[in-house]
Design a protein around this ligand. Structure first.
Ligand SMILES: [Zn+2]
Length: 274
């Protein structure tokens, strides 16, 4: 497993994602509180509701750049953070192209150069020819590193949030997320493609291109091509969270569904046989 200071394997842990909404002009909070917690070690959703209250608000100097809610389960005397969609423990930026309310974000930039100028193969949009929809807004996530790389925009050589070493690490994390790095066999990659609802053969091609790519620009281009094949839809967040958990990038994700009143174990749902 690749070691990265942004998600050290020995610090991975389960986490709960909750949709956030504005509570005042400059503050955000969960749209509702989950009705139960998860078992601290086993990550098991408890069968009966707990008494959950707001414990405090934790400031963040990185994304999301507003205080996020730390909940407390009075029943089991434990505290846990409620992460807004796209954000993960120890994460500095979002991991999925979704808004705070969980809605999918699509690409709105109109100043991007044509892909051919950046040396990128045209990405699959996950739609039939002639019915292309705007691509997902990955530039709002850690994969902005790959977007910039593909356009030959190296990050700064000086230490900082956009440091070139960070850019390279995030490109590698992107390859890992989509299962195109060397860590997976073709068979395992096909299963991973199924988790992401992506075309298995396309990911095999991307994996082959990744193995041949040298330099940050070509590697960024391969990652961009892979992420272009992720279908849009309300489940984008769930698919990305599951893919990252399965490839060891972050811990086990749970998502609170206010309308269903259900704390969902995303990994268990995906691994359940049909
Ligand atoms: Zn509890």
């Amino acid at each position: 497993m690749a070691v990265c200071h942004e998600a050290p394997p020995n610090r991975q842990r389960s986490f709960i994602v909750v949709a956030y909404a504005a509570t005042s002009p400059r503050a955000f909070g969960p749209v509702s509180m989950p009705d139960r917690c998860v078992e601290e070690m086993g990550g098991v959703v408890l069968a009966t509701p707990c008494h959950i209250v707001v414990s405090h608000w934790r400031g963040r100097s990185t994304g999301p750049c507003f205080p996020i809610c730390v909940a407390k389960c009075v029943t089991h005397n434990r505290a846990f953070t409620l992460y807004p969609p796209s954000h993960i423990p120890y994460g500095r930026v979002g991991v999925a192209p979704v808004a705070l309310d969980g809605e999918t974000l699509v690409h709105v930039r109109d100043d991007a150069p044509p892909e051919s100028e950046a040396g990128v193969r045209p990405p699959s949009t996950g739609t039939a020819a002639g019915t292309e929809s705007p691509p997902l807004s990955w530039e709002t996530t850690f994969l902005a590193a790959a977007c910039d790389a593909a356009e030959d925009k190296p990050w700064s050589r000086d230490d900082g949030p956009l440091w070139w070493q960070t850019q390279r690490r995030r490109i590698v994390r992107g390859a890992k997320l989509f299962g195109i790095d060397a860590g997976l066999s073709d068979a395992a990659r096909d299963i991973h493609a199924g988790e992401l609802e992506m075309a298995a053969l396309a990911l095999r091609d991307d994996a082959r291109d990744w193995s041949r790519a040298s330099g940050y620009q070509s590697r960024g281009a391969v990652v961009i091509h892979a992420m272009g094949g992720l279908p849009r839809g309300r489940c984008v967040l769930d698919r990305v969270l599951v893919a990252g958990a399965l490839t060891g990038l972050w811990g086990r994700p749970y998502r609170w569904e206010p309308r269903r009143g259900q704390l969902r174990d995303l990994l268990a749902e995906r691994q359940r046989p049909p």
